[in-house]
Design a protein around this ligand. Structure first.
Ligand code: 5GP
Ligand code: ZN
Length: 135
């Protein structure tokens, strides 16, 4: 499979590693939105969160707080975003699950828009019904 993150996980392409265990790898993003921008991945290839077995996601989830704390602490940032793009429409370019940990400081201009909308009356329940039906 021609997947850049599989190649990084296998050590065939170099990366600047932050954390590694049998199942999970965290390394610095090569195109950082801010200094210390880190990616955390399951070593096994899954494209999107909804395709990932719960056990594998648990392994990533178990490591995430520790890595987030180190990124946040090491960079002495005021906050951080944990972000996971799923699918091209969401901005996912590398189709191997990865969580971005992005150190943030007030006024850093990293994300300048959060285009929140409002539901018209009754719509929120209609939407919830559609989603619950797929659980
Ligand atoms: P996406 O848009 O898929 O959520 O984000 C992919 C991320 O992977 C981008 O932030 C990009 O900079 C990073 N990236 C892509 N190729 C490489 C690589 O070869 N090495 C590292 N360290 N990061 C990469
Ligand atoms: Zn992969």
């Amino acid at each position: 499979m021609d997947c850049i993150f599989c190649k990084i996980a296998a050590g065939h392409i170099p990366s600047v590693k932050i954390y590694e265990d049998e199942n999970v790898l965290a390394f610095l993003d090569i195109g950082p939105l801010s200094e210390g921008h880190t990616l955390i991945i399951p070593k096994k290839h899954y494209a999107k969160v909804d395709e990932c077995p719960a056990e594998m996601m648990s392994q990533v989830g178990a490591v995430l707080p520790k890595v987030a704390k180190a990124v946040f602490g090491g960079m002495e940032s005021e906050g951080y975003n944990v972000l996971c793009n799923n699918g091209r429409a969401s901005g996912q370019l590398v189709e191997h699950i990865h969580f971005h940990i992005i150190p943030r400081n007030a006024g850093d201009g990293v994300f300048t828009q959060w285009p929140a909308k409002q539901y018209p009356a009754g719509k929120i329940e209609e939407i919830a019904k559609k989603i619950r039906a797929k659980l």
